[in-house]
Design a protein around this ligand. Sequence first.
Ligand SMILES: Cc1cc2nc3c(=O)[nH]c(=O)nc-3n(C[C@H](O)[C@H](O)[C@H](O)COP(=O)(O)OP(=O)(O)OC[C@H]3O[C@@H](n4cnc5c(N)ncnc54)[C@H](O)[C@@H]3O)c2cc1C
Length: 43
Amino acid sequence: MGKNVVIIGGSAGGPSVAAEAKRQDPSLAIKIVEQGEHVSFAA
Ligand SMILES: Cc1cc2nc3c(=O)[nH]c(=O)nc-3n(C[C@H](O)[C@H](O)[C@H](O)COP(=O)(O)OP(=O)(O)OC[C@H]3O[C@@H](n4cnc5c(N)ncnc54)[C@H](O)[C@@H]3O)c2cc1C
């Protein structure tokens, strides 16, 4: 079974980390937890 990654915060840094982690290891299962209504909006 692949590794699970949980990223807290889905504004700018979180989705960037998710994208780079997935490039490094496509088998990762990544979940982004965002408290707000929108993701990937800050930059
Ligand atoms: C006035 C202003 C103007 C800016 N203009 C620009 C610009 O023109 N261009 C540019 O590139 N950058 C700009 N920036 C900088 C840019 O907004 C930040 O560098 C960037 O948003 C940082 O992203 P981050 O993901 O590190 O943090 P944040 O954007 O702070 O994101 C953190 C996220 O984590 C979430 N979060 C926090 N705690 C929890 C929790 N416990 N559970 C779930 N979710 C949680 C928050 O809701 C938030 O969405 C500006 C900043 C400011 C203040």
